[in-house]
Design a protein around this ligand. Structure first.
Ligand code: GLN
Ligand code: ZN
Length: 769
């Protein structure tokens, strides 16, 4: 291999593309089908058209090999479950009766059967449906969807590369099926699964595939020697097949680490690696194994999961280093473009100058093509593109949006003491007891109360100019009155105002902070037909004026009981936004923390004695590799403390977390130094209470006794039983009584009944103390 021939062969490609279409046609078609308004044929026709137009766009932009099979009605991991025939027993009848309805039954459940569990796809905000496997699982190949989509692309006269979730990743993402012992390891099914992949590969070759991309993102996580052995075996066996397309094994989201030598030696024709954040580590590892002689290397140099334009010059230099390490070097985004919105051209509210700093899927595709051209033909071929890119980068770097001297000076002046409460917990706790005079086992909720249709309509009317601010605010006040009076009547000890004014716990604050951008059409798939528009942390963050004080104060004016102030913490603000790529995350977190700190202090000055700073995302942003976690937790916990440490000792700081096992972050929870933490615990029977106790957690905690994810009303006796379980781990002086999470997705009737039972449970158990 020579660097020159590797360069000359360079082409542009992508691993996957947003599925929804320009106007979220996919969502409309699928939801229409569920409601019976769209026929199965119409759904197929609409989605086939979406694929056609995506491929056409990619090809017109200059992408040489377009991905196929990455499209999905709901989720690509569920598609893989269908492909390997691993339909759970409880869904078998539905799938046999009608493949499409059975597919949606697995995704969403029916009256009779529960859906597959949903969880986050690595450290992204995309959720997949978790395969359920057991020792009796029988795999059978169903390559139909893959073959159909490949034929579609070929019929368009284009080159398609089918994309599969790899066998190792598929098994590592699976969990033991219901009734199967929890220690069952799905990876032990590898030998049974490989023949199914062999069959699918043969079918794809027969249908005309030259290459197939096999995604193995699970290999960028810490893996055991057994996992690596399994990977070695998987690709040795698939590689040895005679009747197969060429294999491109793709990794993304982080460095390959120990899996790199395994894949480099495997008898496959290509590897795809992440050269954005993982660039240095992957480059070193690649050099250490002597490159990939005889193989194709696909270099993910354009960030596939953030929305900033690339530094083309820098990407070219990374690509230049890679030449000579493989036979052919192709250019791609670091991962599927599924994780970014479709097209910046759909944004009309963003300043055109600022819009030029942003690249969504379409713009990223253009960057990839430009880089491939630059690599193949030399930089002279892309002089104009490089000049425009330099100008846009310079405009971003020099903009007052990204450099606010006041914000920077303040962040630099932060000292350790700023992030530490003025007194240790024991003294604060005594001061808070004296100040708040709460009963043992105090009751509270997590913040939101039901977000009724009327509230959503009122907000939509205000946005559309159909109603004025005064009318809207009156509506919010009425809602707060109802929420406060219900809580008083029910006997809840620490009240909330119910968050009726908030559309979303991140967006609400993002809209009020300077330095944040909102998009009009920046939809990204969260799961199934649910799409979110993450706000963009674009510049230096500051808070022009208080954001929540008037609503909290209004609620407090209605009651003698303490009303909790309610804020979203800095880590969660980052986790559910697109973040800056021009400074360390910790710096952005610190700016957000300082803005929130002002809000906390203003709430206190306005008479709020209890302030909750929610950090549900603390656990989910944990880096994929263990070695990277300590650094993350250091800045994350510091940002939380910086937010909360400015208050008096007798002001009680709460935090809240959900969606997680907490076992591996108990130390971080401790490091937050919050006075009270509420956590999701009802489904795990207070598991987290035992984890906190085992750690010696010294502060107050409220493991949830009401699972808010279902309309089911827990009985008072059931909640009391959970409390008694909690008391075995946490003493009564430090145990709170609360639901698992906010109530915004619940309806009023079950909310009322459940909270009445929760208060009854607290009273009953107090009586037993
Ligand atoms: N305070 C928020 C609420 O109650 C917390 C939501 C969350 O943890 N996701 O809605
Ligand atoms: Zn929650």
């Amino acid at each position: 291999m020579t660097a020159k021939s590797a360069a000359a062969a360079a082409r542009a490609t992508v691993y996957g593309y947003p599925r929804q279409g320009q106007n979220r046609e996919l969502k409309k078609a699928v939801e229409g089908y569920w409601k019976g308004r769209v026929t199965a044929d119409a759904l197929r026709e609409t989605t086939a058209e979406l694929r056609r137009s995506n491929w056409r766009q990619l090809a017109d932009a200059g992408v040489h090999e377009v991905p196929t099979g990455d499209f999905s009605y709901y989720d690509h991991v569920l598609d893989t479950t269908v492909m390997v025939g691993a339909v759970p027993d409880r869904h078998r009848a539905a799938v046999d009766a009608d493949a499409l309805d059975g597919y949606f039954a697995m995704a969403r459940g029916t009256q009779e059967v529960a859906p597959l569990e949903m969880t986050k796809w690595f450290d992204t905000n995309y959720h997949y449906l978790v395969p359920e496997l057991g020792p009796d699982t029988v795999f059978t190949a169903d390559s139909n969807k893959q073959v159909v989509e490949l034929k579609e692309v070929l019929a368009q006269g284009l080159t398609g590369r089918p994309v599969l979730v790899g066998p190792v990743t598929y098994l590592l993402l699976a969990k033991p099926a219901p009734g199967v012992p929890a220690d069952f390891e799905p990876l032990t099914l590898l030998d049974r699964l490989l023949p199914v992949y062999a069959e699918v590969l043969a079918d794809l070759r027969a249908a005309g595939a030259e290459w197939v991309q096999v995604d193995e993102p699970a290999l960028v996580q810490d893996r055991t020697p057994a996992d690596l052995n399994a990977s070695e075996r998987a690709y040795r066996e698939l590689g040895a097949l005679t009747d197969r397309p060429k294999l491109l094994v793709a990794s993304y989201f982080a460095r390959l680490g120990d899996a790199l030598p395994v894949l480099a030696k495997a008898p496959v024709e290509g590897l795809a690696l992440d050269f954005t954040e993982a660039a240095a580590a992957n480059l070193d590892a690649l050099a250490a194994v002597g490159g990939l002689p005889g193989k194709r290397l696909v270099a993910g140099v354009v960030n596939g999961r953030n929305i900033w334009i690339s530094d083309l010059q820098k990407s070219l230099s990374t690509l230049g280093t890679l030449l000579g390490l493989a036979d052919r070097v192709d250019v791609a985004a670091s991962c599927s473009l599924l994780h970014v919105p479709l097209d910046t051209a759909a944004e009309r509210d963003i300043d055109p100058q600022v819009l030029r700093w942003l690249a969504f899927a379409k713009q990223k595709t253009t960057e990839i093509v430009t880089l491939a051209k630059g690599l193949a033909q030399g930089t002279d071929a892309i002089t104009a593109e490089l000049a425009a890119n330099r100008a846009d980068l310079a405009s971003r770097a020099a903009s007052p949006i990204t450099r606010d001297p006041a914000v920077r000076a303040r962040a630099e002046a932060v000292t350790d003491a700023n992030a530490r409460r003025s007194q240790p917990y024991a003294e604060r706790s005594a001061a808070q007891r004296a100040h708040l005079r709460l009963p043992l086992l105090p009751t509270t909720t997590i913040g939101s109360f039901p977000q009724t249709t009327e509230l959503r309509t009122a907000r939509a009317d205000l946005r559309a100019g159909r109603s004025d601010t005064t009318g809207y605010e009156e509506r919010i006040k009425t809602e707060i009155q109802e929420v406060v009076s219900f809580q008083e009547k029910t006997g809840i000890d620490v009240l909330v105002h119910g968050e009726p004014e908030r559309n979303d716990m991140v967006q609400y604050f993002a809209e009020q902070l300077t330095g944040y951008l909102a998009t009009q059409n920046g939809w990204v798939q969260s799961y199934g037909t649910r799409y979110v528009r993450p706000p963009i942390l674009a510049g230096d963050i500051s808070r022009p004026e208080p954001m929540t004080v008037r609503w909290t104060s209004y609620a407090q004016s209605l009651s003698d009981r303490p009303v909790k102030g309610m804020l979203t913490g800095p880590v969660t603000m980052l986790a559910w936004s697109f973040v800056r790529d021009d400074q360390p995350l910790g710096d952005t977190a610190r700016q957000v923390a300082l803005a929130l700190r002002d809000e906390v202090n203003d709430l206190e000055a306005a008479g709020t004695s209890v302030i909750q700073v929610d950090e549900p995302a603390l656990r989910e942003t944990l880096p994929l590799r263990t070695a990277d976690r300590a650094a993350y937790l250091t800045w994350a916990t510091e940002a939380f403390r910086l937010t909360t440490a400015g208050v008096r000792p007798d002001t009680q700081i709460h935090t809240h977390m959900c969606y997680a096992e907490f076992g591996d972050i108990v130390q971080a929870i401790d490091d937050l130094d919050a006075d009270v933490i509420s956590l999701e615990a009802a489904r795990s029977h207070m598991q987290v209470a035992r984890e906190l106790a085992a750690h010696g957690y010294p502060r107050e905690a409220g493991p949830g006794v009401y699972d808010i994810h279902s309309p089911r009303v827990p009985s008072a006796e059931e909640a009391a039983e959970l409390l008694r379980t909690g008391l075995k781990a946490i003493p009564a002086e430090r145990l709170w009584v609360n639901p698992d999470c906010g109530l915004k997705t619940r309806a009023w009737p079950e909310t009322r009944a459940s909270l009445e039972n929760l208060v009854a449970a607290a009273r009953a158990v107090r009586g037993e103390l």
